[in-house]
Design a protein around this ligand. Structure first.
Ligand code: NAD
Ligand code: FES
Length: 272
């Protein structure tokens, strides 16, 4: 059993949680994820590790579905039945001079350990942190301390530059020749357009893919993604991949497979 050591709401939909999981903490590297189950009957929830603090693992999750809502209902001191990891392949921390991170909404959580690893090796780090409005900006203070520069965008202009992350990325790629790599994590549609832009400016790009996962060990095939005409399993080959040749449209279609069932479960929980 895994004790919840700390927890806070980052906004109405998103929580931060610190879980005591010494074995996961000892072995986790940037890009790794865990799969948790709230209790023995619970659905498996895959979450990219946001940070490590001693023997504790930090996760950030959006309470959009039945299972994440149940996780959100748990309190400090309670225990989670399963917390398995680290899973997947660690992200490639490449030998680069100036990396631009592009984080959309709750996608800011998994980008943190990667940007920290880049900073530690002496790479200059710029971050574009985008959200639909000011309340949905995640980990802003942490990024301000870590990065050389943080550019905030909000869809409604409530903080920073009004517009999407790509509105801030294009002038950067155009004007700053020192930039030699982009990392994008957020909604698939965002990663699609950031990858297109990186390609247009001949920059390498890594993305973190979040298809539906069931077992997390390469057995069920649910997390398959098409990259450059080849099939990969995000749980064992990823979740991080080079972004240029990902079939983002196929990934978006597959993400919606269980939407109706998820919605019915969510409504049931709300009405209990
Ligand atoms: P959101 O829909 O509010 O979008 C966040 C930001 O992404 C927007 O503010 C905008 O700047 C940008 N964006 C959205 N659509 C865009 C487009 N068409 N072109 C350019 N930029 C665009 O985000 P949310 O509701 O917080 O959802 C976050 C998403 O990130 C979820 O879909 C979640 O599954 C995903 N996610 C991915 C990972 C991962 O490892 N890949 C991890 C956590 C979350
Ligand atoms: Fe089942 Fe990846 S989650 S194969």
């Amino acid at each position: 059993m895994y004790k919840i050591k700390d927890k806070k709401a980052l906004n109405n939909d998103v929580d931060w949680m610190r879980v005591h999981a010494p074995l996961v903490a000892r072995n986790a590297k940037p890009g790794h994820f865990i799969i948790l189950r709230v209790d023995e009957d619970g659905e498996r929830i895959p979450l990219t590790i946001a940070d490590i603090d001693g023997e504790d693992v930090d996760i950030i999750y959006q309470k959009l579905g039945y299972s994440t809502q149940r996780l959100g209902d748990m309190n400090i001191g309670e225990t989670i039945a399963d917390f398995v990891g680290p899973l997947g392949q660690a992200a490639h921390i490449r030998d680069k001079k100036h990396v631009v991170g592009v984080a959309g909404g709750v996608g800011a959580a998994p980008i943190l350990p990667q940007l920290r690893a880049y900073k530690e090796q002496g790479t200059k780090v710029t971050l574009i942190l985008g959200a639909r409005n000011e309340d949905y900006l995640v980990l802003e203070d942490t990024f301000e301390k870590l990065c050389d520069r943080v550019i905030i965008t909000t869809d409604n202009g409530s903080k920073g530059q009004k517009g999407m992350v790509t509105d801030a990325l294009e002038p950067l790629l155009k004007d700053d020749e020192s930039i030699d790599h982009v990392i994008a994590i957020g909604p698939v549609i965002m990663m699609k357009f950031v990858a297109k832009m990186a390609q247009a400016y001949q920059k390498s790009i890594d993305v973190s893919l979040n298809p539906i996962m069931i077992d997390g060990t390469g057995m069920c095939g649910n997390c398959r993604v098409d990259i450059g005409g080849k099939t990969y399993f995000a749980c064992i080959d990823g979740p991080d991949f080079e972004g240029q040749e990902v079939d983002y449209d196929g990934l978006m279609k597959r993400q919606n497979y269980y939407k109706d069932e998820e919605h019915v479960c969510y409504l049931r929980l709300k009405n209990d």
